[in-house]
Design a protein around this ligand. Structure first.
Ligand SMILES: [Cu+2]
Length: 368
């Protein structure tokens, strides 16, 4: 973890120096507090996933949790179910289909060459062979049964209800962004919009940097989840069917208006992971990415506190006067991109059940 932190801090600081277009070069040119932040998490309300300038502290490990150029294999899996599925695919399905295809191809070639008219002018008149008929019926049945056993086991694992003590994440699909709620953590709400490229935003607006993640996958707010703790994922949608998909978790769950779908998973490795909406949902379907930052449970509790939320079991904190939500942080870090810092900036963190209404105008892909 430490070796993961240090280079990302340096990189984040370096990027802050290097990007000439940032709205606040003066603030960005102060890397000292950024570097000190993780060592001493002083301020209670500080978001442990962001540096002093509001930029993400952690970057994805190259090749993990994100697509790799020219790759055609499955992403490295960081959940137990994902690992099981990955091994099932790599060590059972792929070898088996390769062997069967090669075997059938060789048989065909042998028949074509050995029994062509020139080589075999008087064909055999055999019409039955009981032994071979039993064999070519029984062999595929046995193969299918052998595949079915781990396959059904895997299917059951993918839809196992979350155990007690799980952290609930509710993902809500909207045309075209994701919004999230943490109903067990004081109903924290956040909205994640895709970050645009430098040339695509107005002056002073936040754009994607490499610290945020890959093009078309980075979001202005990341979903923060703890590692080693079961996560109960609940999905729904406000307009059309979307699908919350995270390849590194082996998760793809449809988000259907008026319904709740549920699954569970455990993230085993800290890091940043990227996914996308995986159900054709309209014109900007390709521009509603998902970014998850998996952190230690302690850091998750810190993050929840920074959002004005509570941990289940802990006593509810009195209404704090600090701003909740990333919007306020974003505004300061990026020269007030979001003109209206949304309801979160008010003094009372009154949880509302309104989904996705806090999507700040001018951010991400709103209004397109
Ligand atoms: Cu969608």
């Amino acid at each position: 973890m430490r070796s993961f932190l240090v280079p990302s801090i340096l990189l984040a600081a370096g990027l802050a120096f290097a990007s000439p277009g940032t709205a606040q070069p003066a603030a960005a040119a102060a890397p000292a507090p950024a570097a000190a932040a993780p060592a001493a998490p002083a301020a209670k309300a500080a978001d442990p996933t962001l540096d002093a300038t509001g930029k993400p502290l952690h970057q994805a490990t190259p090749g993990v949790g994100e697509p790799v150029d020219k790759a055609f294999y499955l992403q490295q899996q960081v959940t137990p179910t994902g690992k099981e599925a990955h091994d099932f695919h790599n060590y059972i399905l792929v070898p088996l289909i390769t062997i069967i295809s090669a075997f059938v191809l060789l048989l065909l070639l042998w028949v074509i060459i050995r029994y062509r008219r020139a080589a075999n002018p008087t064909p055999s008149r055999t019409s039955h062979n009981t032994a071979i008929e039993i064999l070519w019926t029984l062999a595929p049945v046995l193969i299918l049964v052998a595949i079915a056993i781990p396959s059904i086991k895997l299917l059951a694992a993918q839809f196992k209800p979350a155990p007690k003590g799980a952290v609930t994440l509710k993902a809500i699909g909207n045309q075209w962004f994701w919004s999230y709620e943490y109903p067990d953590n004081g109903n924290i709400q956040l909205t994640a919009n895709m970050l645009k490229e430098e040339g695509q935003v107005g002056k002073g607006q936040r754009y994607r940097t490499d610290a945020d993640g890959p093009r078309l996958l980075a979001t202005d707010q990341r979903v923060v989840l703890p590692v080693g703790v079961p996560i109960r994922l609940v999905t729904t949608a406000t307009d059309v069917i979307h699908s919350w998909a995270m390849p590194a978790f082996w998760i793809k769950l449809d988000a259907i208006p008026g319904r709740l779908n549920e699954t569970s998973f455990v993230i085993q490795k800290e890091g940043v992971y990227f996914g996308q909406c995986s159900e054709l949902c309209g014109a900007r379907h390709a521009y509603m990415p998902i970014a998850v930052e998996a952190v230690s449970p302690a850091k998750f509790a810190q993050w929840v506190a920074s959002k004005g939320g509570t941990m289940p079991g802990a006593k509810a904190e009195p209404a704090s006067t600090t701003a909740i939500g990333n919007d306020a942080t974003d505004a300061t870090a990026n020269g007030a991109v979001e003109a209206a810092p949304t309801v979160d900036a008010t003094a009372t963190p009154a949880p509302s059940n309104k989904p996705a209404t806090a999507n700040p105008a001018g951010a991400g892909n709103t209004g397109n």
